[in-house]
Design a protein around this ligand. Structure first.
Ligand SMILES: [Zn+2]
Length: 271
């Protein structure tokens, strides 16, 4: 991939593919100072830094899963840079513990991010918002959302509502390339949604050419991401048919949709 996204205030985001379908993000300024977000693999980050002649000045972590923190200790030691993230004993390398609403500033890079507590995928999960971008870890994906490993559906729905309340122009940087499977799943519940069909086609083409489908804009996600569209009657009615019962609240719709996604295996026409 290695496609850059330009943010406000002269900042750039570079996505580094890692493992099977992860993206590790580098947020950097015009002086070549960079912050790594969820560096699951130290070697991938080192290579990305060298390639772009960047100096690592900080590490941000969204949650404790190994594919998000695997490279943190090695990078922090090598670059002598601070590690910021949730207060969670499962992330012992975090030196500066953050809570909801904290403003993040580092000495060597002109960057201001705000931490948002978004429990659901894990209980201590944080997202980072600023400069027209949001780094959501495994909370929200393009055309989908994260699995509920620790949180309740109510917690996750509230977290998604918080993210959905951001400026619609916000660029969404999620940590996995799941768009094609997510969009295929979503089509079962909203087959006539033209924006969703276009997103699915686009993600199939991207899969064939090996290009990234993220970041996307929040305004786009609102048109096709079913987990941000639990108030849509088509989605509710189809789930009611599937579950053979009435779903009277948005939370019930969200819970049912997430349940169907858990056991879902996508089959693509081009596979
Ligand atoms: Zn995770």
């Amino acid at each position: 991939m290695n496609r850059d996204s330009q943010l406000k205030d002269g900042l750039t985001v570079t996505g580094l593919p890692a493992f099977t379908d992860n993206y590790l993000w580098l947020l950097h300024d015009h002086r070549g100072h960079a912050v790594a977000i969820d560096p699951g693999d130290a070697q991938v980050v080192e290579h990305g830094l060298r390639q772009r002649n960047l100096k690592l000045v900080g590490i941000l972590v969204t949650h404790h899963h190994p594919d998000h923190i695997g490279g943190v200790a090695e990078l922090a030691e090598h670059h002598h840079c601070p590690v910021l993230g949730p207060a969670d004993p499962r992330i012992p390398m975090v030196q500066q513990r953050l809570v909801d609403g904290d403003c993040i500033q580092l000495e060597q890079i002109d960057m201001r991010l705000r931490a948002i507590h978004v429990p659901g995928h894990t209980l201590s999960h944080l997202a980072y918002v600023g400069h027209g971008a949001v780094f959501v870890g495994d909370t929200l994906f393009s055309a989908g959302c994260g699995r509920l490993f620790e949180g309740t559906p109510a917690q996750m729905l509230h977290s998604l509502d918080l993210l959905n309340a951001l400026d619609p122009a916000t660029l969404l940087f999620c940590a996995h390339e799941y768009t094609r499977d997510n969009a295929r799943f979503a089509l079962d519940w909203e087959p006539d949604n033209a924006a969703l069909r276009a997103r699915y086609r686009e993600s199939c083409q991207a899969h064939q050419t090996g290009t990234a489908t993220v970041p996307s804009r929040l305004s786009q996600e609102r048109t096709y991401n079913p987990f941000l569209r639990c108030d849509q009657s088509t989605i509710r009615e189809r789930l009611e048919t599937s579950f053979q019962r009435e779903l009277s609240t948005r939370l019930e719709v969200f819970t049912a949709l997430r349940q169907r996604r858990n056991g879902y295996v996508a089959v693509h026409a081009d596979a």
